[in-house]
Design a protein around this ligand. Structure first.
Ligand code: NAD
Length: 308
């Protein structure tokens, strides 16, 4: 069984696959053109988000039986074509939960205390003590939109900071809501109207695309903060830029963008705003998450090909 790893994956993955008898090629920077040429030699293709597994690539993969995505989102894989060809697609949705949650907590604290700005000021040799008056998370209301793996863990940690948690999700998980001591809102609009900080943890779906737009942004409390570490297209960032420039929103933290990297002038203006904390889609990038993802994908591939 031949496996092609097309994106950088922790060494635990090839090591475990080789130990189980798979023949593994590691070509971490392979181009789309080259991949199309060689994919026909492999039964298994492993990718992260860099490699787009398009219809063309799947159709060139004459022997392909399985595509493994180290990570959560399957939006970079043409799953319909894969399914039509009987190719299994698996991912590792749990790997990055803790990593994303900890990034979101750091964003929240950064936003309310201006750590990024104070740091920048110190590095310029300044001592602007009076400039950096923040607010506290304690006693504030956190609106969690999407109470799945990441949303629940963010809520859990925010609770320990003394925050009141309100949530909106299309699925109702009463047990989790009770455990978190959270309050469930009937609509997204209710969460936006009542939160001091809103954090988005929904998948990118037709219903969630631009769920934060001109109308819904206008419902947010004046002086509220928005955090998006889900998917860039969940937020209409042109309107987010306007809300931040006008001072209606106090700030935003973003790890994900419609274009990665941002390329339009308005996108560049957005990330350059002083009240925006921006990171380059690094939510899953901790050592622990990468090792967990590599082990999980390898074990799942080994199990998938085990004789019954
Ligand atoms: P999950 O599937 O566990 O949770 C998603 C939740 O959103 C579910 O509870 C679901 O019911 C809810 N939901 C779906 N549609 C909704 C809607 N229209 N309105 C309200 N709620 C809705 O997913 P997760 O693992 O918690 O991941 C959440 C998001 O984080 C995803 O977008 C994922 O792609 C993203 N993510 C980002 C990074 C990063 O590097 N920044 C890393 C991992 C995951």
């Amino acid at each position: 069984m031949r496996v092609l790893i097309a994106d950088e994956v922790d060494k635990e993955c090839p090591a475990r696959l080789r130990a189980a008898g798979f023949e593994v090629s590691e070509r971490f920077d392979i181009s789309a053109e080259e991949l199309k040429k060689v994919v026909g030699d492999y039964e298994v293709l492993i990718v992260r988000s860099r490699t787009k597994v398009t219809q063309e690539i799947i159709e060139s993969g004459k022997r392909l039986r399985l595509i493994g995505r180290v990570g959560v989102g399957l939006d970079t894989i043409d799953t319909k074509t894969a399914e039509a060809k009987g190719i299994k697609v698996i991912n590792t949705p749990q790997m990055s939960t803790v990593a994303v949650v900890e990034l979101v907590m750091s964003m929240m604290l950064n936003l309310v205390r201006g750590v990024h700005l104070a740091n920048e000021s110190m590095k310029k040799g300044l001592w602007e003590k009076k400039r950096f008056h923040g607010t506290e998370l304690n006693g504030k209301t956190l609106g969690v939109v999407g109470l799945g793996r990441i949303g629940k863990s963010v809520a859990e940690r925010a609770k320990s900071f003394g925050m009141k948690i309100i949530v909106y999700d299309v699925m109702i998980d009463e047990e989790a809501i009770k455990r978190l001591g959270a309050e469930r809102m009937a609509t997204l609009e209710d969460v936006l109207r009542r939160s001091d900080i809103v954090t988005l943890h929904v998948p990118l779906l037709p219903e969630t695309k631009r769920m934060i737009n001109e109308r819904t942004l206008s419902l947010m409390k004046s002086g509220a903060y928005l955090i998006n570490a889900s998917r860039g297209e969940v937020v209409d960032c042109k309107h987010l830029l306007e809300s931040l420039k006008s001072g209606r929103l106090a700030g935003a933290a973003l790890d994900v963008y419609e274009n990665e990297p941002p390329r339009e002038p308005w996108e560049k203006e957005l990330v350059a705003l002083p009240n925006v904390v921006a990171t380059p889609h690094v939510g899953a990038q901790t050592k622990e998450a990468q090792v967990l993802g590599a082990i999980t994908i390898a074990e799942n591939i080994i199990n998938a090909f085990k004789p019954l």
